[in-house]
Every structure is written in structure tokens, then in C-alpha cells.
Ligand binder design. Sequence first.
Ligand SMILES: NC(=O)c1ccc[n+]([C@@H]2O[C@H](COP(=O)([O-])OP(=O)(O)OC[C@H]3O[C@@H](n4cnc5c(N)ncnc54)[C@H](OP(=O)(O)O)[C@@H]3O)[C@@H](O)[C@H]2O)c1
Length: 288
Amino acid sequence: MANGEIRKVLVLGDRGLLGTELKRVLGRWFRVAGSDLPDCDIQSRKSVESVLDRVRPQAAINAAAYTDVDGCETRVALARRVNSEAPGTVARACRRRGIFPVQVSTDFIFSGRARRPYTEKSRPAPLNYYGLSKLEGEKAVRKSAPEHLIVRTSWLFGEGGKNFFETILAKAAVPGRLGVVSDQVGSPTWSRHLALGIARLLLAGASGTVNVTNTGWVSWYGYARYIVSRAGLPARIVPISSRELSRPARRPAFSALSPERYRSLTGQALPSWREAVREYLRTKKRDG
Ligand SMILES: NC(=O)c1ccc[n+]([C@@H]2O[C@H](COP(=O)([O-])OP(=O)(O)OC[C@H]3O[C@@H](n4cnc5c(N)ncnc54)[C@H](OP(=O)(O)O)[C@@H]3O)[C@@H](O)[C@H]2O)c1
């Protein structure tokens, strides 16, 4: 399908971190409709087909997922249904209607043993059930709809959902020491910039798999320190190891994604993660 023909976009999972921004940002170029639980459960083919037939978009972005990384370790069946199987259901229903499916995926499909950013051609090797379930979701989309877009992103922050940035802002408002892991490195990404990136890819008629993150990389510790210094908060951030934190799911040590393909498709990279942090703080201050 020529993506230039896109006039209306449906966002599935429109109340989540990314979905909230997609609805806001895509409206600059397209008519936008959204759906989320309980109106549309992507696990149900009927539910998906009914929203597609009601909205009749030219593109549908699946931003719905089971995103609790530690939760996926125990709720494996739910992770499989929502993250592995439902993307195939959505993509199939889209293909049958001539709708262009966009699936959102994650840096957690990688092992984290690399020393340079992962490209779209790097070999996935997930360390946890969340990453595995999302990787299976990518495969289901490729199999169900040969014409598709898979957008891989990482470490999202923004309005509309629980995330590390907001947790740090809340916890660091109180004086004292706050331990944050220093042995996991990735690219923090503002959901608003990601939404803008997805819009640009749609406008460029892109397809296949594309990494979309803010550029540069940092550890959670370095990221937390930057947030605290820019926001002027009193807590002191101290480095700890993943072992000390002892969470149920293993996480990749290094999961930055290369922006090269995105840059060549759209002509520009997204801003750096530092710029994104500063802009998000300015936006929060302005909007109260
Ligand atoms: N957050 C990150 O750091 C991150 C990093 C890399 C990639 N991603 C990917 O980016 C995408 C968006 O993530 P996000 O952070 O915006 O997630 P989110 O805030 O958890 O939002 C996901 C939305 O999907 C809904 N949902 C869950 N199960 C559903 C179902 N069966 N049917 C319909 N809707 C359902 C959720 O509703 P409830 O809240 O009611 O469950 C929620 O509104 C996901 O594909 C995720 O894997 C996220």
C-alpha cells in the first residue's frame, strides 16, 4: 500500500504511555481514532475486526501490550496471548481489509551482550519472557501481513502511564539516598518523540522494521542523575548493581538501538535523550 494514501489512523491501546501521545501527535497530519480495553481487547479477533470495520482506517497502530516486564515472568500465558498472538490477529485482520498494520516492539528482544547499538538486522536473543513474547509478536506480524511496519523502541517515558522518569521525580523529591542500577545501559525515549517518529515514517511510506528512539545511551543511574539535576531535586542518586536490585526478569546490559535506518528513511534522527528529558521537564512545568 502507498502510505501516502493514509488519511485516518486507528490507535489500539490509546490510553497507554505511547497511545496517549500518538493520539495527540498524529492529529497534525491524519484523522485519528483510538481504542483500548475494555472496548477493544486485541486478544479477540471479533473485537479487533469490529473496531476496524467501524473506524475504517488506512493504517492501524498496535500500541497495546502487556508491558509489565517482571509480571511477564509469572503471567507467561497472558504475555503470550497479548504480546505474541494478538499482534498476528491484528495484522491479519488489517491485511484482509487493506489496512497498513504498525506494530510496536522493544529493545528487550536483544541479549544486551553487544558493544555497539543493535541494528534492524542484529540477531535477537531475549533474556526474559517479555522480550520473548514481543519477539514472537514481531514474527506473527511479518507472517500475517507482508506489508507492515514494526517500530522498535526503548525505555519510554512521558505522560499516561507508570514509568521510570515519573518514579524518579516522585522518589527524589524527598532528601536521602536513592539506589539506581548502573549496569544496564539503553536509550531513554520520550513517547512524544516516538509518536512523532512514527508519524514521519508513515508520511515517508516506510515499511519493514525500524528502530525509533531518542539518540545516545546511558545507564539507569546516569539517567536518574540527569533527571534529578535538571529538575533540581534533593535526593542523592547512588549506583547499585542489577544483582542488588534482584528483580524477577533479567534485563539486557546494553540495548541501545541504531538510528541509522530511521535517519535514512526520514532525513533526520530524533533528538538526544538529554534534549528529550529537558523538553519533557519544560513541558511539564508549562502545563502544570
Ligand atoms: N514502556 C516502555 O518502556 C517500552 C519500551 C519498549 C517498547 N515498548 C512497547 O511500546 C508499546 C507501548 O507501550 P506503553 O509503554 O505505551 O504501554 P502501556 O502504557 O502499558 O500501554 C499499553 C496499553 O495497552 C492496553 N492493553 C493491555 N492489554 C490489552 C489488550 N488485551 N487489548 C487492548 N488493549 C490492551 C493497556 O491497558 P491496561 O493499562 O488497562 O492494561 C494500556 O492502555 C508496547 O508495544 C510496548 O511493548 C514499551
